[in-house]
Design a protein around this ligand. Structure first.
Ligand code: NI
Length: 169
């Protein structure tokens, strides 16, 4: 499949609730590898399938702080089953170019998902990885980071072009 086109706000697919993956097969693995390729070429550290026009519950996540063999992670049907604490961090999104803003999210999360083999995995994590997971899972529910910013602020930041350098999720 190779690199795919990233859908840009206000594309309607970004607002749809994505459907779960019934079985992790060859088709799903191919899509995941296209997602990784697209994320990397856009210099992002996370990407959700709806951002490529595919309304399925699949995310890919680069572990920025801890490069290891499992990174980037691919998660099918990811679910956050526990959240702890609060943290504020500046976010951007590949689907909302030139806009960045501080977003408050849980500081650490426990995630449940299926991996590339279709096996159930559980991950307990904090830091930037916890933030990326929350941002990408929001995409699966049609939620964008700009929705997590107050209404008036959102109106303003969508008009302004940000010059601040933030992580692109
Ligand atoms: Ni995003």
């Amino acid at each position: 499949m190779g690199k795919l086109e990233i859908r840009i706000y206000p594309d309607k697919v970004l607002r749809k609730k994505a459907l779960g993956v019934k079985r992790v097969g060859e088709k799903e693995r191919q899509l995941a590898s296209s997602m990784i390729e697209t994320m990397r070429s856009a210099n992002g550290v996370g990407l959700a399938a709806p951002q490529l026009g595919v309304s399925r519950r699949i995310i890919v996540v680069d572990d920025m702080e801890n490069k290891n063999n499992n990174s980037p992670y691919v998660f099918f049907n990811p679910r956050i089953i526990k959240k702890k604490g609060r943290s504020t961090f500046c976010e951007g999104c590949l689907s909302v170019p030139d806009v960045t803003h501080d977003v408050v999210r849980a500081k650490s999360v426990v995630l449940e998902a299926l991996d590339l083999k279709g096996d159930k995995v559980k991950m307990d994590t904090g830091g930037i990885l916890a933030r990326i997971l929350q941002h990408e899972i929001d995409h699966l529910d049609g939620i964008l980071f700009i929705d997590r910013v107050g209404f008036l602020k959102r109106k303003r930041i969508l008009k302004e072009i940000s010059t601040k350098v933030c992580v692109q999720l």
